[in-house]
Design a binder for this molecule. Structure first.
Ligand code: PHE
Length: 345
């Protein structure tokens, strides 16, 4: 009786070893038969009751051997059959068929404009600094000398995170100034491109999200004349060698004195007329000498160092560069719009 069962199991092992399923379907039948939940070895394992004690150990070993043989055989067969199917489908490939065209990607016009600006400043030694879009009010406002009761701190103008009075979406790239100055002593010469947020009504000319490039230069003896020359260089590189600039006195809590810079584009073309509201002048940035209080807030000695800073809007420059009429087009992600910008810069 016992010998009979041993023979049966040995027969199954042989069967497993010689199995040659023709395809993945037959392989599945193999799996069910030898490895499934109702496999042919199961009822035989139960027979251990009827095996004399001195042969029980050998019986267990044999059953295990059968199981392992089935598992190994299954893995080997699966690998062979899958490889065979793959090479079969490769053999069916028509190598003379024309290829699928690879579509060229396009860069977003905002990214293109920012890269152009970054490039111009990198040529005169500015390095890129990037920081977080979710800021705390210390870096966004307090360090930048913006008082508690300043209207920009109002919920009306600033997006605060839910249930928070201190965490917000940065309203400008100026907090990057504070982040850099608190970890690094002068000389500092950075530009900080990035996205900013303000709670504004969305229209053809303004949006609740937009982009800025911030600039900061702090060292010994940095003067207003240095700032003016740097910005003139930028304007010429960006808008052409004949462009004129003008600085109008302005106010920012973090610079003193402060100014806004316009570039003269003229009114010859219809788009320049429209963009400058008929004046020929396009306002592109705010700037000024870094307020000594800001240097102090960030741990830089205002007796020893001075600096200038500027922050420019990107959308308006991109509108002009690519002759786009509506700022909302930048944020709608319509591929028909985005596909048009194929420059790789
Ligand atoms: N942060 C200012 C703004 O968003 C721009 C600015 C930056 C002005 C740096 C002066 C110096 O309007």
């Amino acid at each position: 009786m016992a010998t009979e069962i041993f023979d049966k199991i040995n027969a199954i092992i042989e069967e497993i070893e010689s199995a040659r399923p023709a395809g993945l379907e037959e392989l599945e039948t193999f799996r069910i038969k030898y490895l499934g939940s109702k496999n042919v070895l199961k009822p035989l394992s139960g027979e251990i009751r009827n095996i004399p004690n001195e042969r029980k150990k050998d019986f267990g070993l044999l059953i295990n051997k059968a199981k392992q043989t089935a598992e190994q055989k299954y893995k080997a067969l699966e690998f062979d059959l899958q490889t065979a199917e793959e090479s079969q489908s490769a053999a069916n490939l028509d190598l003379t068929a024309p290829g699928e065209p690879i579509e060229l990607g396009a860069r977003h016009p905002i990214a293109l404009t920012m890269n152009r600006i970054i490039n111009i400043f990198e040529r005169i030694g500015f390095v890129v600094a990037e920081e977080r879009e979710i800021e705390d009010d210390w870096h966004n406002f307090t360090a930048m000398n913006t008082p508690e009761d300043h209207p920009a701190r109002d919920m009306q103008d600033t997006f605060y995170l839910k249930d928070s009075t201190t965490m917000l979406l940065r309203t400008h790239t100026s907090p990057v100034q504070a982040r850099v100055m608190t970890r690094q002593q002068p000389p500092i010469r950075i530009i900080a491109p990035g996205r900013v947020y303000r709670n504004e009504t969305i229209s053809a000319r303004s949006h609740c999200q937009f982009h800025q490039v911030e600039g900061l230069y702090v060292d010994e003896n940095v003067s207003f004349a240095d700032m003016k020359q740097t910005l003139l260089y930028f304007a010429r590189e960006m808008f052409g060698p004949d462009v004129k600039i003008r600085l109008r006195p302005s106010f920012f809590p973090f610079t003193e004195p402060s100014a806004e810079m316009d570039v003269y584009l003229g009114t010859e073309t219809e788009k320049d007329y429209r963009l400058t509201k008929g004046t020929g002048w396009l306002e592109i940035l705010g700037c000024g000498m870094v307020d000594p209080q800001v240097l102090e807030n960030c741990g830089i000695d205002p007796e020893k160092y001075t600096g200038f800073a500027f922050g420019m809007g990107i959308e308006r420059q991109a509108l002009r560069l690519y002759d786009i009429a509506d700022i909302r087009a930048f944020f709608e992600n319509d591929v028909r719009f985005l596909k048009q910008f194929t420059s790789v810069m």
